[in-house]
Ligand binder design. Structure first.
Ligand code: AMP
Length: 398
């Protein structure tokens, strides 16, 4: 797969439409509490400004329901962009209206204009062809740098790209890095290749498991999803999370791993609690002795040791999903220990998924990971082996 990249097309002096993902968290007073998503788009924006482009930026933000709503306006984002770039940001009054179109047509090279929240237009999430055509008409070149939303066929992500030929559209630096890293890791891994899959449910990761099992040397399962596998093997799992209807799938995955010679690791002990809350009485137990009515909320210390040992000698590690309810300190130890083990390995380490990325930041292991993916849903779809709709239109046909 060859992706068209911004550095390989001629953008000098052009009017460029950049789709970014500025869907940042804000507090009740609309203060941005984490501006990493804005910062990670700066490379592409600066590159366009350095190439004398007139830059039109678009993003979504939150989930507005009925057109323009002040609390979903991109005003705070325009302010933060201004602070970071130290230049004027012209905020459009809406997404598409007469004034916006006029602003875009008058935009000069070196200037930046920010369209209002894409989701103020109901056609955005419906991939409305008229909306995507109108957005495309604002610019000469389309750049997608919104990895976090590239798994969505939305008008400003997918539809718009169809109005540009391959020399006038490309992936921005952030999107290109995410995609190239991921394909390189999964399609040409340095072996042994170990994948760690955790999180709440098997259903959410089923396709990823089917895609990964034939590609990896070892697979490690933790989190709530481990209990469906343990139940499939006949263990009593108390009141732990289980998807009974997926027991046949769990058996099928374990069978496939066995047939392919893939080493399949499940927890051998767990932390169980009487109730699902941070103050509950908790204890560690082997998987053979999970008490009836108790809930498994983390992997135990023997499993942490087992998983760390399984990681030794790995050359590639791909991790998505926590080992337990890491949001509660009592059930975070398994995830924290695994984070340290992954970070201290000599492998190329790729962390995907919003929760796992959040976890490795909290454990202070961020700097020691090779790559942390910025998109939750998008990185999961890559693990599932899918070509993201927002990326498909940027592939160079060979
Ligand atoms: P996911 O979105 O599927 O990656 O799952 C992440 C969520 O799984 C986190 O919010 C964790 O709290 C939750 N989780 C992890 N382990 C368990 C468990 N044993 N029981 C219930 N939820 C869990």
């Amino acid at each position: 797969m060859k992706l068209q990249e911004i550095k390989n097309i001629d953008i000098a002096n052009k009017k460029v439409f950049i789709r970014c993902d500025f869907n940042v968290p804000v507090d009740e007073c609309q203060n941005i509490t984490d501006d990493r998503r804005i910062k990670s788009a700066l490379n592409t924006i600066r590159y366009c400004i350095d190439n004398d482009c007139a830059v039109i930026i678009a993003s979504h933000f939150g989930r507005p329901k009925n057109g323009f709503e002040d609390k979903f306006s991109l005003k705070p984002i325009a302010k933060r962009l201004h602070t970071l770039l130290k230049q004027d940001i012209k905020l459009a009054p809406n997404v598409i209206c007469e004034e916006t179109i006029e602003m875009a047509s008058k935009l000069q090279s070196g200037e930046i204009m920010l369209l209002e929240n894409m989701r103020f237009e109901i056609g955005e999430t419906k991939n409305d062809p008229i909306l995507s055509k109108t957005l495309a008409s604002l610019a000469d070149v389309f750049i997608n740098d919104a990895f976090g939303v590239s798994h969505r066929a939305h008008a400003s992500v997918e539809g718009i790209a169809n109005h540009f030929d391959i020399n006038h559209k490309a992936a921005g630096f952030l999107l290109a890095k995410e995609i190239k890293f991921f394909y390189h890791i999964v399609e040409e891994p340095k072996r042994p290749f170990v994948s760690i899959v955790g999180g709440s449910k098997v259903s959410g990761k089923l396709e990823a498991l089917y895609n990964l099992v034939p590609k990896v040397d070892k697979i490690i399962i933790g989190g709530g999803m481990a209990f469906t596998f343990l139940k499939a093997l006949g263990y009593e799992i108390g009141n732990s999370l289980v998807e009974e209807e997926l027991i046949p799938e769990a058996l099928k995955i374990m069978d496939e791993a066995k047939n392919l010679g893939v080493k399949f690791y499940l927890p051998i002990d767990v932390v169980v609690a009487e109730t699902f809350d941070a103050e509950s009485v908790a204890k560690e137990t082997t998987i053979q002795e999970i008490p009836k009515d108790w809930i498994g909320l983390d992997i135990g210390s023997a499993s942490s040791l087992l998983f760390s040992t399984a990681l030794q000698g790995a050359n590639t590690i791909l991790w998505n999903g926590p080992m337990g309810v890491y949001e509660m300190d009592k059930f975070a130890k398994g995830s924290i220990k695994l984070s340290h083990a992954v970070a201290s390995s000599f492998a190329t380490t790729v962390v995907g998924g919003g929760d796992t990325a959040d976890l490795v930041r909290r454990t202070g292991d961020e700097e020691d990971m090779t790559f942390i993916s910025t998109g939750g849903g998008a990185s999961l779809e890559l693990m599932e082996g899918k070509i993201l709709p927002g990326v498909k239109a940027l592939i160079i046909e060979e």
